[in-house]
Design a protein around this ligand. Structure first.
Ligand code: UDP
Ligand code: MG
Length: 159
């Protein structure tokens, strides 16, 4: 069997509010149940340089200093997931930015109420995902292995 077509990658961060609220397991469980393959995970403390790059599209916004403070208020859990069209699939699982309007059933829709404290980050495009995975993970921190449930997660013509 050939699993080469399923190697799109995306970055997920479990944000400080979720760390404080004890939601790490709940959030990881949702990605597991979806059938995604985790290929990297680590707890890390973010610094200003990394946050300026990561949130460069928001650097001029008035809320950037408080966002930055929030993202440094505790470590985050960074994860890399792999799968077929995984960037889009993970964005849908997370729900929209404003948690109190996010669709019920999504992570933000079920677990959060805030715009800023919205429990997860997920890459928003294949192009950005590539950059974000490289920003957060060294090549040796990403693991190449065969996940046996791919037999049942994907159909023959999707592999
Ligand atoms: N954010 C905020 N206030 C806003 C918009 C965004 O505090 O008005 C924060 C929020 O934590 C969000 C992050 O900045 O998740 C990144 O914003 P983006 O627009 O990229 O949203 P996302 O891709 O996380 O849904
Ligand atoms: Mg974003």
């Amino acid at each position: 069997m050939n699993f080469d077509g399923i190697n799109e990658k995306t970055l997920v961060l479990v944000k400080p509010d979720a760390i404080q609220r004890g939601l790490i397991g709940e959030i990881i469980g949702r990605f597991e149940r979806k059938g995604l393959k985790m290929i990297g995970i680590k707890m890390m403390s973010l610094d200003d340089d990394l946050l300026k790059n990561h949130y460069s599209h928001l650097a001029d916004k008035p809320f950037f200093p408080s966002l930055s403070k929030f993202m440094k208020s505790s470590p985050v859990v960074a994860m890399c997931y792999e799968g077929l069209e995984v960037v889009n699939a993970v964005r849908l699982l997370c729900g929209i930015t404003k948690s109190r309007e996010a669709e019920a059933g999504s992570i933000r829709g079920d677990l959060a109420m805030s715009v800023s404290c919205n429990v997860v980050h997920a890459s928003d495009s294949v192009e950005n995902a590539k950059k974000e995975v490289e920003r957060f993970f060294k090549p040796e921190e990403l693991h190449d292995y065969r996940k046996s449930d791919y037999e049942h997660v994907y159909a023959e013509d999707e592999k």
